[in-house]
Design a binder for this molecule. Structure first.
Ligand code: SME
Length: 162
């Protein structure tokens, strides 16, 4: 199977997750399992969602994930690659995490990372973060797949918060 066929298949399965899900949390749980199981280089897959408590700065809080336990359960918006994606609202792809001073280490095996923001009505509400044990694991078609998955979750949240 070519990698394009594979990402197309997984994209379809991600859309099916939204049909089958009983809640946003259930959708995110299905999504991390799907991406972790089906995409061999996606060694850690997780959601961070923005928590906004009155009188405090917004913070990213770890939600559903698959992979090794991470020490980073709460990340400030001005910290890490996760904070960069959330605060700019832009996808961040890092081919070699050792070269990026923003990087917060989760596992010594991680070599590359992608973080894609999730939007609800134009506002960043969280993000989908994926780490790989391989350098430069996230090519254009991976970026498109992960952005699609983040979009599916954003649309689901938008509907459920209507
Ligand atoms: N590497 C991320 C932290 C999260 S862990 O990878 C799970 C960062 O630099 O923000």
């Amino acid at each position: 199977m070519t990698t394009t066929t594979k990402t197309e298949e997984v994209r379809k399965e991600a859309a099916e997750c939204a049909q089958a899900a009983t809640s946003a949390q259930d959708l995110m749980s299905r999504m991390v399992k799907l991406l972790h199981e089906r995409m061999l280089k996606y060694n850690w897959v997780g959601f961070y969602m923005i928590e906004q408590e009155p009188g405090r700065s917004p913070i990213l809080v770890l939600g559903e994930f698959q992979g090794a336990m991470t020490p980073h359960k709460r990340i400030q918006l001005n910290q890490g690659i996760c904070g960069a994606a959330a605060s700019t609202g832009k996808t961040v792809v890092v081919d070699d995490v050792a070269q990026d001073p923003r990087y917060l280490a989760c596992s010594i095996e991680t070599k590359s990372e992608i973080v894609v923001p999730i939007f609800v009505r134009g506002e960043v509400v969280g993000e989908l973060d994926i780490d790989s044990h391989f350098q430069a694991a996230f090519k254009d078609e991976d970026r498109a797949l992960v952005e699609f998955c983040a979009g599916v979750v954003g649309q689901y949240l938008e509907k459920s918060r209507a």
